[in-house]
Each structure stands twice: as C-alpha cells, then as structure tokens.
Design a protein around this ligand. Structure first.
Ligand SMILES: Cc1cc2nc3c(=O)[nH]c(=O)nc-3n(C[C@H](O)[C@H](O)[C@H](O)COP(=O)(O)OP(=O)(O)OC[C@H]3O[C@@H](n4cnc5c(N)ncnc54)[C@H](O)[C@@H]3O)c2cc1C
Length: 406
C-alpha cells in the first residue's frame, strides 16, 4: 500500500519473484514524495531531486543498468558570506569546519550511548551557527532533536541528477504495474488468515500487505489496524519526528552566482545558512528551508515573502529585479505525507528495527523510515521496498493461489 519509491520497488520485486502484487495509492499519481512538475517546459522536482550516495543507492545502479542519463553533481559549491563571495581563506576554513563536524558526528555515532547530534558539534568558531544550520537542514529537524546514531554520513553527498527528474524516473519504473490510484486504504484487517484492506474502491483480500505510508500519516491514525497494532509497534511509530525540508522554486536569470548543478550556501547576518541549488542545468533554483524556519511561517505566501527578504538581505534589492518565486512546496501539511522524511530522536534508534519486523507474517512496514543506511531518501525507500518484498516472498513460500493479491 502506497505508490512511492518503496511501494514501486516492492511491487516490481514481487513480480520478479513470481508473486502477484498491486499498489493501492491514495493520490491520483504514483511517486509519493518524488514528483516532477513542468515549469516553462523544464522538469522540476518538487520532492526528492538528488539521487544521493552514489553507488550505495540502488536507484543509481538501476538507472545505469537501464541506460538512464545520470549526471554527477560537483561537490564544489558557491559560498557567499554577508552577500559577497567568500574569500579563498574563508572557503578553506569553512570547508575544514564542515569536515571536522562530519568526522565528529561519525565518531560519536560509533559510541555505545546515543545522544543528541547537537552535543557532538566540535568547536567551530565563527562557522558554528552556519554549520549547525546546514546540518539541521539536511536532518529535517534541529540537531538537539536528532539521534547521533541515526545521522546520514558524508556519503550522502555524492549526488546525481537524472534526466527528466526523479519523480518522472519513478513514474517510469512504475509503468505497467497494477496500481489503483485515488484509492486510499482506510483499514487493514489482519486477524488472519491473510489480510483484508478496506479501500476507497472496496474491500480487497490478500495474503500479505506491505504498508509504505509515511510514518506520521500512520501515527496520525489515518489507517485503522484491526486488531490494533502491538504496543511496541505503535510506540515505535510514535517515536519518529516528522522532518521538514521544503523547496522554494525560483526563476532567477540574474542571480549573482553561477554554475549548473552547484550548491550555493549563503551565510549572513539575518540567517545562518541557506542552500540554493542550480537544478540540472534548468533556469531554476531551489531555496531550501529547514524545520526551524518553516515552524515560524504560515502558508506559502509567507514562505515566499521570507525567501525574497532573505535574498534581499543577502544580495541587495537590485539583485532581485529578475527574481520570480514560482512555487513553494508544502509536504509537511500534505495529508498523505505530513513530513519530508521521518527523523529518529535521541534514544529511539530501535524504532527503525521494530517497524522492520512483520506482524503475524502478513503485515510488513516499508518505506524510508525503515532504512538506517540511506535514511530519509528515495534510494533508502527503494532498498527497503525490495527487501520487504524478498521477506514477503520468503514467508509466503509457494506461488500465490489464483484470485489473490500480495
Ligand atoms: C522537498 C523534499 C526534498 C527531498 N529531497 C530528496 C532528495 O534529494 N533525495 C532523496 O533521495 N530523497 C529526498 N527526499 C526524501 C524522499 O522524497 C523520500 O524519502 C521518499 O520519496 C520516500 O519514499 P516512500 O516510498 O517511503 O514514501 P512516499 O514517497 O511518501 O510514498 C508513500 C505513498 O503512500 C501514499 N499514501 C498515504 N496514505 C495512504 C493511504 N491511506 N492509502 C494508500 N496510500 C497512501 C502516499 O500518497 C505516497 O504516495 C526529499 C523529500 C522532500 C519532501
């Protein structure tokens, strides 16, 4: 259930393993938190946009096998400090600060006791606030709310763009799969044998179900489990925090920085860091907003105003002459996602393991929240979808009987 990366991967793998599988998806499209829109004829991703972690990401490997056009993004970004390009010395010392932070986080993650990521920040001098803000943006929550044992490593930084967009890639991968769109599941009956799903299109019987619905949606009770979920599973689902990360899509032909596919970091007086990415050589940028910033803003118009103010502060009013805010994403309020990804707070790292265990050999949970190595990413969701499909196939053993759906 759920037609995002995890659901699509699982359905494909089930088929490869000789099982019959179908996707039940609440939205009228597949892709979930990866969707590609068109602006002036250019594909623009409104959710996932980078294929992170290079060869560790199964979607990169698969893309290569399929002959998809993948382009590695440069690690050399732009750095602006107080509205001017950083000096060479500033670039060096900021780079050193960032590298030290990454090392410190990796070291702390190997310690037996979990603690907040914020407590593992090394002394960083003038770059402290900017480094912390960037790490918080990547995390989806302020660092005091993130487990140090559950933080993405630097390998996440090996990024690729895929021609046509990430959402479009997922839609291609779903092509030919049986998918009921606009068909939310409201109830999962799992008293056995098998499961019964109450969907908007009527009841469906199957031998097993993989639930890939985002954790905050499950925690909000959008799907009733009958019988109710065991206490440890309900507790694990409620442990995750909804992470926020939103794109402000800009068209800014006169932007003061250049370089396709390049991150631009802004460090200024009124803000600690903001990321602007040139997107896959299209004439657009994203301004990326973090949880703390978003928490103080209501609605898209306010976010758009904030973005303009921030860029005016950074570059002056004249530089904004050609700037247009095209779109502001709102995944954190979207009832089918309620987050950008799920974050594990300190002390709750076991939550990912708990939701990785099946219930009664007929209900599995999947999706990005299950992934420890590629957490919060579409690649991680894909990997977990495939893994869950393998587990389901192993548990069901024989070829399904006619008329059943897995
Ligand atoms: C702005 C933004 C930027 C991001 N950037 C990146 C990036 O660059 N790289 C990256 O790898 N990841 C990125 N991510 C994270 C990535 O998008 C997610 O981790 C990934 O797409 C999650 O896939 P999933 O299959 O687990 O969940 P989803 O994609 O959310 O799929 C779950 C599906 O379940 C459906 N659903 C919900 N309720 C029901 C119901 N009751 N019945 C049936 N279906 C239901 C939903 O509609 C959805 O389609 C980003 C996310 C956001 C929001």
């Amino acid at each position: 259930m759920g037609g995002g990366a995890a659901g699509i991967a699982a359905a494909r793998r089930c088929r490869e393993l000789g099982l019959r599988a179908a996707i039940f998806e609440a939205r009228d499209r597949v892709g979930g938190r990866a969707v590609t829109a068109a602006f002036a004829g250019h594909p623009v991703d409104l959710g996932a946009h980078w294929l992170h972690a290079g060869d560790l990401n199964p979607m990169v490997t698969l893309g290569r096998r399929r002959g998809e056009l993948l382009r590695r993004t440069t690690r050399r970004g732009n750095l602006f400090v107080d509205g001017r390009p950083a000096t060479a010395a500033e670039r060096r010392s900021y780079g050193t600060a960032f590298g030290r932070t990454d090392l410190s986080f990796a070291g702390a993650a190997r310690e037996p006791a979990d603690r907040p990521l914020a407590s593992a920040l090394p002394p960083l001098g003038r770059w402290r606030k900017a480094t912390e803000a960037t790490m918080a943006l990547i995390s989806g929550r302020p660092l005091r709310e993130v487990s140090v044992q559950d933080f993405p490593s630097d390998e996440f930084g090996d990024n690729y763009f895929i021609r046509g967009g990430y959402g479009a890639y997922l839609a291609r991968l779903a092509s030919g799969l049986p998918a009921a769109l606009g068909c939310p599941v409201h109830r999962v009956g799992w008293s056995g044998p098998g499961v019964t799903l109450d969907t908007a299109g009527g009841p469906v019987k199957a031998r097993a179900v993989l639930v890939t619905v985002p954790v905050p949606v499950l925690a909000a009770g959008a799907i009733r489990f009958d019988p109710g979920l065991p206490d440890d599973v309900a507790d694990a689902l409620s442990a995750f925090l909804p992470g926020s990360y939103e794109h402000v899509v800009l068209n800014w032909p006169g932007s003061p920085f250049a370089g396709a596919d390049r991150l631009t970091k802004l460090i200024g007086r009124r803000f600690d860091a903001a990321l602007l990415t040139g997107m896959d050589r299209a004439p657009f940028h994203y301004l990326e907003l973090d949880h703390a910033t978003l928490s103080s803003l209501r609605g898209g118009a306010e976010v758009a105003r904030f973005a303009r103010d921030l860029l005016r502060d950074a570059f002056g009013a004249r530089a904004l002459g050609t700037l247009r805010v095209l779109h502001v994403t709102d995944w954190r309020h979207d009832p089918h996602s309620l987050c950008s990804w799920s974050v594990v707070p300190p002390g709750r790292t076991a939550a990912r393991d708990v939701i990785s265990r099946p219930l009664g050999a007929r209900v599995w949970f999947g999706g990005e929240a299950r992934s420890r190595s590629l957490w919060g990413t579409a690649g991680g969701a894909w990997e977990e979808g495939e893994r869950a499909a393998g587990e389901i196939a192993a548990a069901l053993g024989a070829v399904p009987k006619p008329g059943e759906t897995t």
